[in-house]
Design a protein around this ligand. Structure first.
Ligand code: DSN
Length: 428
């Protein structure tokens, strides 16, 4: 790594043969990398599923491990020369098992979607019935969207939130489970601002003889820090992405009970994927190592405090929040409380340097490309060092930018303020 350029942390170390640093070898590609750095550095990232990785994680992703094919698993590969990458995968597996007190881990999924695909392929037959969170109530594409492999190959039925409380209606889940007798129950969501009671889900699954699968992509970091209920003791399998609250490289991981490990490993490879991304697996090991440190608990504690503070400040400013607040790292804002669609709110906030995503809210009359809500998360801004006092400023900018949605000059002025503010909070 001696030839990496400290001025430009996204630039890969250049190999000793064929090649100069990216900046010299490919000006066009380098410009893109620089522009993304500038975009992230001069604005505030409020998308609940994004984060700012550590320099160590980014460096691991730029190592020579990207060159290696390693189909198979440590000690049982289809290629020679895997003795070093085996150590990377073993390190990632050992650390993540320690982090979540899990019996078995597969760290090869390239993404959360592929992690979920492996779990379904391992534990279900095509046509099996599955009960999962309704997409319109905060569920995920891989929880049964009709155009996703999950909805194509399996029969998904949705459960949702109580329209009054905005919280999962566990009695309704139980009633539906008793009626449906599904082969599997799935818990987990993409846009749910409350803690999920995995123990109750597990109890319902056991009562109806269903497998229980948890996709904890969003709260995984909070679970690791013991600040959110833990699904691992209750579920047959648990998947998560490594790049959201976990703050690692883009990718997925599956944890499972001993009895499912062979099926899940072989469903992932060769069932779903070919060669694993060994440089990303090394970066996962780094992220899991970071998550085992006390500083990670402090970080996640602040993520939650910041989300709670953001919710309080937005409520004071007259915003309606789905479920009235948050227990985790995000708030889900009903933009109708300020007379906007989610799409218009996303655009206005974007012009002000505040990046969010439009999001359906329960009972949303709008289409998914319009929506009535925006999802706002605190993992990334907390990684930059923002605390409660700064969150108050962020809430003010959100309110001002939504009010100024048709005033380009005002939005540009807010962006200027955000840019100045960001100078004190450099990217990690
Ligand atoms: N796209 C992710 C999210 O934003 O929540 C889920 O995969």
């Amino acid at each position: 790594m001696s030839n990496s350029n400290p001025q430009h942390p996204m630039v890969a170390a250049s190999p000793s043969t064929h090649g100069q640093p990216l900046a010299e070898a490919d000006a066009e590609a380098f410009r893109i990398a620089q522009d993304e750095y500038e975009r992230e550095a001069t604005g505030l990232e409020l998308i609940a599923s994004e984060n700012h990785t550590s320099r160590a994680v980014r460096e691991a992703m730029s190592t020579y491990l990207t060159n290696k094919y390693a189909e198979g698993y440590p000690g049982a590969r289809y290629y020679g020369g895997c003795e070093v990458v085996d150590r990377a995968e073993d390190l990632a597996r050992t650390r993540v098992k320690q982090l979540f007190s899990a019996v078995h881990a597969n760290v090869q999924p390239h993404s959360g979607a592929q992690a979920n695909q492996a779990v379904y392929q391992a534990l279900l037959q095509h046509g099996d019935s599955v009960l999962a969170m309704d997409l319109n109530h905060g569920g995920h594409l891989t929880h049964g969207h009709p155009k996703n492999f999950s909805g194509v190959f399996f029969k998904f039925t949705g459960y949702g939130v109580n329209p009054e409380t905005g919280r999962i209606d566990y009695d309704l889940v139980r009633t539906k489970a008793r009626e449906l007798r599904p082969r599997m129950i799935v818990a987990g969501a993409s846009a749910y601002p409350r803690a999920i009671d995995f123990a109750t889900f597990g109890e319902i699954a056991r009562e109806v003889g269903a497998l229980f699968f948890v996709d904890m992509a969003h709260p995984a970091g909070l679970v690791a820090a013991k600040l959110h209920p833990d699904p691992v003791p209750h579920a047959d399998a648990v998947s998560f992405t490594t790049h959201k609250t976990m703050r690692g490289p883009r990718g997925g991981t599956v944890l499972c009970k001993e009895e499912h490990k062979k099926k899940i490993d072989s469903a992932l490879f060769p069932g779903v994927q070919g060669g694993p991304l060994m440089h990303v697996i090394l970066a996962k090991a780094v992220a899991f190592g970071e998550a085992l440190q006390p500083s990670f608990v402090q970080y996640q504690t602040q993520v939650k405090k910041n989300a709670a503070r953001l919710g309080e400040r937005l409520l004071e400013r007259g915003f309606r929040l789905v479920s009235g607040g948050t227990d985790n790292h995000m708030v889900l804002v009903d933009c109708r409380s300020k007379g906007l669609t989610g799409k218009d709110a996303e655009a206005a906030l974007g012009k002000a340097g505040l990046t969010v995503n439009k999001n359906l809210i329960p009972g949303d009359p709008e289409k998914p490309m319009v929506t009535s809500g925006v999802r706002i998360g605190t993992p990334a801004i907390t990684s930059r060092g923002l605390k409660e006092a700064e969150i108050d400023r962020v809430a003010q900018w959100i309110d001002e930018a939504m009010a100024a949605r048709n005033d380009e000059a005002r939005l540009a002025k807010i962006h200027g303020e955000v840019r100045d503010f960001c100078r004190a909070y450099p990217l990690p």
